[in-house]
Design a protein around this ligand. Structure first.
Ligand code: CP
Length: 304
């Protein structure tokens, strides 16, 4: 039985195969319409979500399966003090596969050790978000045409932004990828990504506080919001929240072939006017999330 807690549990070949399956699902959805008949997905979301939960649910319905679960901790027995371990032990007797989001880093890992069915980490605190990374990789592959030989700029809250941590880990295994980390000093990418991932693998990277410094070089600009829910004090959040706002003028300095991604939700960091630019790919990115999650469900359930 396989779980997906960290993107590094998937080899590059496995990621490439998931992308291939997602592309086939996009091209031939009817082939997949009954693949998960009589299977159930449990979505256990202890933290808010729109895209991840609903795209998982849509994915399972489009595979012919069913869905059960909860969308907030308050409507589950965790509000009465039940542990994650006990919740998972019980739910794994009701469902064939579980997608779980939790504010505590490591909670999905603990869940996977107690579960009788595959567990997918749908985001754990400020740590990891592997299925967002699969979504991002599918989007880059479809929109740019490659995952090797790219320059990617990550901009915003790189400290708490779990999507950036997972994506940097994943892209570090592709060839000739240069990473530009754009953030205020207080929200820099965690040291462990630099020291344990980028340096040992010899990945070219730079850190800067200036969004414009590398703009003309970027193939992908990955914008992120400042993660209000992870701040200890509101004053720091207010001070940092509008550090970067991508607008049409700033984007005019980017390559014609660049693409702008964002895991969403957006707050202020991309001006609405950018939505009209053909390089803005964040809504199609959210759509692709459903297809890659369909591919992942099939893989973890062992369905061809
Ligand atoms: N990208 C993402 O995780 O969005 P949600 O929080 O809406 O699931």
């Amino acid at each position: 039985m396989r779980h997906l807690i960290d993107i590094l549990e998937l080899s590059v070949d496995e990621i490439d195969a998931l992308i291939e399956t997602a592309n086939d699902i996009i091209a031939n959805p009817e082939k997949y319409a009954e693949k998960c008949r009589h299977k159930k997905l449990a979505t256990l979301f202890f933290e808010p979500s729109t895209r991840t939960r609903l795209s998982f649910e849509a994915a399972m319905y489009e595979l012919g399966g069913n869905v059960l679960g909860f969308s907030e901790a308050a409507s589950s027995s965790s509000a009465k003090g039940e542990s994650v371990s006990d919740t998972i032990k019980v739910v794994s007797s009701y469902a064939d596969i579980i997608a779980m989001r939790h504010p505590k880093e490591g909670a999905p890992m603990v869940a996977s050790m107690k579960s009788d069915v595959p567990v997918i980490n749908a985001g754990d605190g400020g740590h990891n978000h592997p299925t967002q990374t699969l979504t991002d990789l599918l989007t880059i592959k479809r929109e740019i045409g490659r995952l090797d030989n790219i320059v990617i700029g990550y901009c915003g809250d790189l400290k708490f932004g779990r999507t950036v941590h997972s994506l940097a880990n994943a892209l570090s295994r592709y060839k000739n990828v240069k990473m530009v980390f754009i953030s205020p000093e207080e929200l820099r990418i965690p040291d462990y990504i630099i020291e344990e991932v980028l340096k040992p693998l010899g990945i070219e990277y730079v850190e800067t506080a200036d969004l414009m410094e590398y703009m003309p070089e970027l193939d992908v600009l990955y914008m992120t919001r400042v993660q209000r829910e992870r701040f200890f004090n509101e004053a720091d959040y207010i001070r940092l929240k509008d550090s970067y706002i991508l607008d049409a003028e700033k984007l005019s300095h980017a390559k014609e072939t660049a693409c702008v991604l964002h895991p969403l939700p957006r707050v202020n960091e991309i001006a609405i006017e950018v939505d009209e630019d053909p390089r803005a790919k964040y809504f199609i990115q959210a759509k692709y999330g459903k297809y890659i999650r369909m591919a992942l469900i099939l893989k973890l359930l062992g369905i061809e």
